[in-house]
Design a protein around this ligand. Structure first.
Ligand code: UD1
Length: 417
């Protein structure tokens, strides 16, 4: 198994290209199940999660070609609308195939995703929405078996779940009549999915707001679509720059997708400049403590919470972080403490008291964003070496992160154990 070794203390300086968004690419790939002609996606990131979705869809009978960053997908009528446990358990986003399969084929059998490190993550909101569209759903041997011709309906989500909004929207494009999804999630990745589905012939309006309206259509065709930039990756590199008192520019980013985050970076004392698709952040005069609360979009993204916490371990003062999206998302805190951080957890709140320095230590990655936060902490450590184990977590969501950090002057390498 690989591990990542980081020797910190060097400010990161330079620019780095942001890849296409993982959380957009995965539902877009699932959405291609609805198309009765080829779908071509550009700017697809080469990530473990994308390969997992590729494997799942290929297993169902989709033809996929993935070269460079372009993926061509063809889902003909012979698709087997089943997603087996072995593939779904490795990646929760596999559950996104449920809506499009049900919408197009009128039936689907998808394994329940099961537990995951950052909380129980149930799928009740997805299922209630599909039931509201008239699907009959039963749980059989760990699988969700859904059937029925869908009919448009008005339905309000209990919580603006990203995945549930996407699943219900993908089912509704083939439902008969009008669907209204209230309390919908507003993430940019949902807007991106709606854009692609509309280009395929769907009639979706309001994506990006909390009320999405869908008029069902008889069939969807193919299209070409460019995946939006990954806002979480952009944020992670910017944080790595600021945390090391460096000066990092992310290229091919979209600052509009990071509203609260960039404000918080400024509040922490960083200089932040936005110019077209470039965002630059630099910290020359140290970092100040800031408080923040994770919330559904446009609030502070839970997917940037762990990396921000790493940066704040050395801020001047005391920061208070409240996590409201996931129930168990402070897994990185214990590892950061092993590197010298001063963090207390009280329920869903973390109190981070800034310390003078961090030191390298062997640490364990527990999930994707926690592992990114450990990389940032390793880059901040003034002495010693940080060895991060279980780096497969980081490969799920960042394309060769160590090589791109080396490009910014970091002393980081991947070694095989
Ligand atoms: C997506 C993102 C993930 C991000 C998360 C929140 C993808 C592939 N993943 O995950 O990176 O961290 O949004 O921004 O896009 N919930 C329920 N019942 C449900 C569904 C969700 O209780 O049926 C709860 C979850 O347990 C969690 C919260 O709602 O506490 C948010 O989850 P959700 O927005 O659904 O996240 P995902 O779509 O899984």
């Amino acid at each position: 198994m690989d591990k990542i070794l980081v020797r910190g203390g060097k400010p990161l300086v330079g620019s780095v290209h942001v890849r296409g968004a993982k959380n957009a690419a995965l539902p877009l790939m699932a959405g291609a199940l609805l198309a009765e002609a080829p779908v071509v996606l550009h700017n697809v990131p080469c990530l473990h999660d994308v390969f997992s979705m590729d494997k799942l869809l290929t297993g169902m009978g989709m033809r996929i070609e993935f070269t460079g960053r372009t993926m061509t997908m063809e889902a003909e009528d012979g698709i087997v609308p089943e997603a087996p446990y072995d593939l779904v358990r490795t990646m929760r986003a596999s559950f996104f195939v449920l809506g499009p399969l049900l919408g197009r084929f009128g039936k689907a059998k998808v394994s329940l995703p099961g537990g995951c490190a950052i909380g129980t993550r149930p799928v009740d909101i997805h299922l209630k929405g599909l039931e509201a569209l008239g699907a009959s759903i039963r749980i059989e041997d760990g699988y969700v078996v859904a059937e029925g011709r869908l009919k448009g309906a008005s339905h309000t989500l209990d919580f603006p779940s990203v995945g549930a909004t996407e699943n219900i929207m993908m089912a509704a494009v083939r439902a008969e009549g009008l669907t209204r999804i209230g309390n919908a999630a507003r993430e940019p990745e949902i807007e991106d999915l709606a854009r692609m589905l509309n280009a395929m012939g769907a009639q979706i309006s309001g994506a990006g707001t909390d009320l999405i309206t869908v008029v069902g259509v008889e069939a969807l065709g193919g299209t070409e679509h460019v995946v939006i930039p990954d806002r979480i990756e952009a944020g992670t590199f910017l944080l790595a720059g600021v945390a090391t008192h460096g000066d990092v520019t992310v290229v091919n980013a979209n600052a509009e997708h990071l509203p609260v985050f960039l404000e918080k970076l400024r509040e922490a004392g960083a200089e932040v400049e936005v110019q077209g698709g470039r965002i630059r952040a630099a910290a020359r005069n140290g970092i100040q403590a800031v408080d923040f609360v994770t919330l559904p979009y446009p609030g502070f993204a839970t997917d940037l919470q762990a990396q921000m916490m790493a940066m704040l371990t050395r801020a001047k003062g005391v920061s208070k972080i409240k996590e409201t999206v996931f129930e168990n998302r402070f897994m990185q805190a214990a590892e950061l403490v092993r590197m010298g951080a001063d963090i207390d957890l009280e329920g869903n709140t973390a109190i981070v008291r800034g310390v003078e320095q961090l030191s390298g230590a062997p640490v364990m990655a527990s999930d994707l964003r926690a592992s990114a936060s450990l990389v940032i902490a390793g880059l901040m450590a003034d002495r010693g070496e940080t060895a991060i184990r279980r780096v497969y977590h980081i490969d799920r969501g960042y394309e060769r992160i160590e090589e791109r950090l080396v490009g910014l002057g970091a002393d980081i390498e991947r070694v095989r154990e």
